[in-house]
Write a protein that binds this ligand. Structure first.
Ligand SMILES: [Fe+2]
Ligand SMILES: [Fe+2]
Length: 227
């Protein structure tokens, strides 16, 4: 088995090459490690399915990023690409189908919801990587990649109305240059703990959220010259 993991790791490493720091290979490995941590607190986890799904979950990220039509969903395309890779490596049908379910349902805004324990763990691990110190770091990377802002003073309601599709807090961003790290925190990242499935992930999220709240409070004070 180890040999297969290594093979898949190499394929993924090559596939995600050139992606910005918010979504590079280190994200894959952080998610992989978090999956193992969470799995220790759950019963009847197929670790093989979980580990492979973690490695392959963002395999089609580049296609989605490069396609400006907004029609490519890296979770759906990723599951298809994973199937081809796993067939080539000789995995059986039921393993492939379980791994595909994990990949297709890992998205925060996706319509496919995780149903198996492996899919729930992968979902949670992927979301945990968006919060805490790493979440702050990744958010600033994203703002830089998209020429957005470090801090924005625009009132939240006004921002949501003007810059999020459907004036919904989970709507798609219309003009990325108007986005900022604190707005990302208020509209999306702050709500991540409510979306998690497993108890261990919820516990980790609590601690990460405490840190983020303190960080953004301090950022506000420093931006306003008050600290
Ligand atoms: Fe993803
Ligand atoms: Fe991911």
């Amino acid at each position: 088995m180890e040999e297969k993991y290594e093979k898949i790791k190499k394929i993924v490493e090559k596939e995600v090459q050139g992606l910005p720091p918010s979504h590079d290979f280190s994200h894959i490995m952080r998610v992989y490690n978090l999956c193992i941590t969470i799995a220790k607190h759950e019963n009847n986890v197929d670790l093989e399915v979980l580990k492979i799904a973690a490695l392959l979950h963002d395999i089609a990220r580049k296609e989605e990023d490069l396609n400006s039509s907004g029609k490519v969903d890296h979770a759906i395309l990723g599951a298809e690409r994973a199937e081809k890779i796993l067939r080539r490596l000789g995995f059986d049908k039921s393993k492939i189908s379980n791994i595909k379910h994990c990949i297709v349902s890992h998205r925060y805004r996706g319509t496919n919801k995780p149903e198996t324990i492996e899919a729930k763990i992968l979902f949670d691990a992927d979301k945990l990587d968006s919060i805490g110190a790493i979440g702050v770091a990744r958010s600033f990377c994203w703002q830089g990649e998209n020429k957005a802002q470090i801090y924005s003073k625009v009132p939240l309601k006004k921002y949501i109305k003007e810059n999020l599709a459907g004036a919904k807090s989970n709507g798609k961003i219309k003009d990325k240059s108007k986005h900022s790290a604190n707005i990302e925190f208020e509209t999306k990242l702050r709500h991540i703990p409510e979306k998690l499935y497993t108890e261990k992930a919820k516990e980790i999220a609590k601690e990460r959220m405490r840190f983020m709240e303190e960080f953004f409070e301090r950022l506000k004070k420093e931006t306003e010259g008050k600290a």
